[in-house]
Design a binder for this molecule. Structure first.
Ligand SMILES: O=C(O)c1ccccc1NCC(=O)[C@H](O)[C@H](O)COP(=O)(O)O
Length: 214
C-alpha cells in the first residue's frame, strides 16, 4: 500500500536528555521520543537509575530511547534491567550481526561523510539514523551535518531518521531532501551539553510540525 507523503508526519526525537524538566517540556511540546546517552565518555552521559526515574514520569506514548556506543551485550542487559527503554540506539561501530542479535527494537546510527558510508549503511536490516561522521574517538552530538546531497537516490527498506547539526534554521532544507521518518536533534536545542533550552525546543518542534520549515 502506498501512502501519500503529504499526509505523513515527521516524527521528532530530542536526544541527550539529562534533566526531568527537559524531558517533560519536550513531551508537552509533542516530541515522539527522548534519548538517553549511556556512553560514559559523553558530556550527556546519564546514570541508568536517573534515566529510569525520568522515564517513569514521562506521559504514555513518548518513547524512551537508550543510546549506546560499542556496548557489550552484558552492559545492554544491565541497563535494560534498570531502565524501561522502548528502543536501543546503537551509535558506535556495532556490526549488522550485533544489531540483529538484540531482543529490543534497534535503530542503528551510521556515521556519514562519503557515498561509501551510505553503501555501508545498507548492510543493516533495521531502521537507521544517519548522522555526521565525528572526529576519531567521538561518536555524535557534535552539532555538525553531513553533505545531504550524498542522499540522492539513497533507499533503504526501513525507516530513516536524520541527525547531525539540525536546528530550526536548517529544518526546511533537511525536510526537502526526502520524507524522513524522524528528525533527531541534540545540541541544536541546547544551552550547554545535556541542558536543553525550552524555547529552542519549542521553535524546533513547531517548525518541523509546520511541514517544510519556515
Ligand atoms: O550526544 C552525545 O554526546 C553523543 C555521544 C556519543 C554518541 C552519540 C551522541 N549523541 C547522539 C545524538 O544525540 C544525536 O543523535 C546526533 O548525534 C545528533 O547530535 P547533534 O548534532 O548534536 O544534534
Amino acid at each position: 500500500m502506498s501512502i501519500s507523503t503529504s499526509s505523513v508526519r515527521t516524527r521528532i526525537k530530542v536526544c541527550g536528555i539529562t534533566r526531568l524538566e527537559d524531558a517533560l517540556i519536550a513531551s508537552e511540546l509533542g516530541v515522539d521520543a527522548v534519548g538517553f546517552v549511556f556512553y560514559q565518555k559523553s558530556p550527556r552521559y546519564i546514570e541508568p537509575a536517573k534515566a529510569a526515574a525520568i522515564i517513569r514520569q514521562l506521559p504514555p506514548f513518548v518513547s524512551a530511547v537508550g543510546l549506546f556506543v560499542n556496548p557489550t551485550q552484558e552492559f545492554i542487559a544491565e541497563v535494560l534491567q534498570a531502565v524501561p527503554l522502548g528502543v536501543i540506539q546503537l551509535h558506535g561501530d556495532e556490526t549488522p550481526e550485533f544489531c540483529k542479535a538484540q531482543r529490543r527494537r534497534v535503530m542503528k546510527a551510521v556515521a556519514i561523510s562519503t557515498a561509501e558510508d551510505l553503501q555501508r549503511a545498507k548492510r543493516f536490516d533495521c531502521p537507521l539514523l544517519l548522522d555526521a561522521k565525528a572526529p576519531a574517538g567521538v561518536y555524535g552530538g557534535t552539532g555538525t551535518s553531513f553533505d545531504w546531497s550524498l542522499l540522492d537516490g539513497f533507499e533503504h527498506d526501513y525507516p530513516l531518521t536524520l541527525a547531525g547539526g539540525l536546528n530550526a534554521d536548517n529544518i526546511a532544507s533537511a525536510m526537502s531532501v526526502r520524507q524522513w521518518f524522524a528528525l533527531d536533534v541534540s545540541s541544536g536545542v541546547e544551552i550547554s551539553p545535556g541542558i536543553k533550552d525550552a524555547e529552542k525546543m519549542r521553535v524546533f518542534i513547531d517548525t518541523v510540525n509546520k511541514g517544510k520549515g519556515t
